[in-house]
Unconditional design. Structure first.
Lengths: 183, 243
């Protein structure tokens, strides 16, 4: 059974392994993010493809107290293997389950805050899109960050799973979605 | 005969407004029979996400009058399949079906799966392949016209053309497979592309409506509208009654 450790800390590097398309240019696969306590919240440090864009420059995530989520409540399909193209279907299924779980469990322990997701991550996306040239716009997007203990098998070690969930919100132009990583 | 299915899953108010615009255009300007229009929205009512159940629906921002469409089902796959079966039961070889999908779309990023519709409840994903498998069960008919305005809608185009049992199929989408669609920034009561296309379709072919909806100064620069037809002659289809 997955551990239910209320003492799980956030301050460590997390490797992103998959992200839904509308967030993939912010949380690109193979990027690393870390959370560092800053006053009453956490700031995000980002290393990766689009780190220079500074999407998290002024973002402070607030810790919300609540029940530490147990992975058992999300899925029995664990431990998960490290992410690879051979296992992307399992991670996709997990993303489907996580979305429903997050919506039906609003009182979970988490970090939350607001980021701005650009309409295009990279100039070539606009050029390839056929859209008229335009000044990039950004979509103000609330995120919830969860972690689950002992989910991903890496040799003899069980890694924590990191989930960044974009809630469905009427003030936001886009839908919901997930980003998955591990420590 | 002409049939229509108007669908929005996890609707915001602007999507409900868009369904009503489509409904009124089909009835008032194109002469569709009300009983031939199946409206599926959110929880099976005129409500949308974050509306209180006790809150009155209000009036349609198009002209300040009450909504006229009757929602017959939820915005999800089961209700869409039910609507397709109802259409199929009276869909004859010379008939036309118009499908307007609005609301939200998602895309996990896996190209082999393609995009999804985010449906009621909990944004349950109705995938492109499942949607097209359902569409393929329709009997052969004269014309299928599909208008999609959700994010990543362009990813439906090849699959819809391949799955369509119609002799002529045309599809217009607000975006390419990998981009998002946007509301009308100057008036957030509407989705930009859907409003422009619906506003142009009366008296025009489906391709003319697309051209009209994507004119500079009319189209949102943030959308990336797409159009495809098979065979090519399907681009000359209209939603008007055949004489």
């Amino acid at each position: 059974m997955s551990a239910n450790d209320e003492g799980l800390t956030w301050e460590r590097p997390w490797q992103i392994v998959r992200a839904d398309l509308d967030m993939a240019h912010v949380f690109a696969p193979q990027d690393t993010i870390s959370f560092t306590r800053n006053g009453n919240g956490y700031v995000i440090a980002h290393k990766g493809a689009a780190a220079s864009a500074g999407y998290f420059r002024d973002v402070v995530l607030t810790e919300v107290a609540g029940e530490q989520p147990s992975f058992d409540a999300v899925s029995r399909d664990y431990p998960l293997p490290l992410f690879s193209k051979h296992h992307k279907h399992r991670y996709r299924t997990l993303a489907d389950r996580l979305e429903v779980f997050a919506q039906t469990h609003p009182s979970l322990r988490r970090l939350e805050g607001t980021i701005k997701i650009p309409c295009h991550g990279f100039t070539h996306q606009e050029q390839e899109s056929g859209a008229d040239p335009h000044v990039p716009t950004s979509i103000t997007t609330k995120i919830h960050v969860y972690q689950f203990a002992d989910v991903v098998q890496d040799g003899t070690r069980l890694k924590r799973l990191l989930v960044i969930y974009k809630p469905f919100a009427p003030h936001c132009a886009n839908g919901n979605g997930t980003v998955i990583g591990y420590d | 005969m002409r049939h229509a299915i108007l669908f929005s899953g996890m609707s915001f108010k602007r999507h409900v407004n868009g369904l009503e615009l489509c409904y009124r255009t089909l009835i008032d300007q194109l002469g569709f029979a009300a009983e031939a229009i199946h409206v599926l929205n959110f929880d099976g009512t005129l409500q949308c996400f974050c509306d209180s159940e006790d809150e009155p629906v209000g009036v349609w921002p198009g002209d300040g009058t009450a909504y006229r469409m009757t929602v017959e089902g939820e915005g999800n796959r089961r209700a869409f399949q039910r609507a397709l079966r109802a259409v199929a039961a009276c869909l004859y070889p010379d008939d036309q079906l118009f499908i307007n999908i609005t609301g939200h779309g998602g895309h996990r990023g896996d190209e082999e799966y393609g995009p999804d519709l985010l449906t009621y409840p909990f944004c349950k994903r109705y995938g492109r392949d499942a949607f097209c498998a359902d569409l393929a069960l329709l009997p052969e008919h004269r014309s299928l016209v599909v208008l999609m305005s959700q994010c990543f809608s362009g990813g439906f185009i090849p699959a819809v053309l391949a799955a369509s049992p119609a002799r002529q199929t045309a599809i217009a989408t607000a975006t390419t497979e990998k981009l998002q669609s946007f509301m009308q920034f100057e008036d957030p009561n509407w989705d930009s592309f859907q409003r422009n296309w619906i506003g142009a379709i009366a008296g025009r072919t489906v391709h003319e409506a697309f051209q009209h909806a994507t004119r500079p100064g009319v189209a949102s620069p943030y959308d990336s509208p797409q159009f495809a037809a098979h065979p090519t002659a399907a681009s000359e289809a209209t939603l008007m009654e055949l004489r």
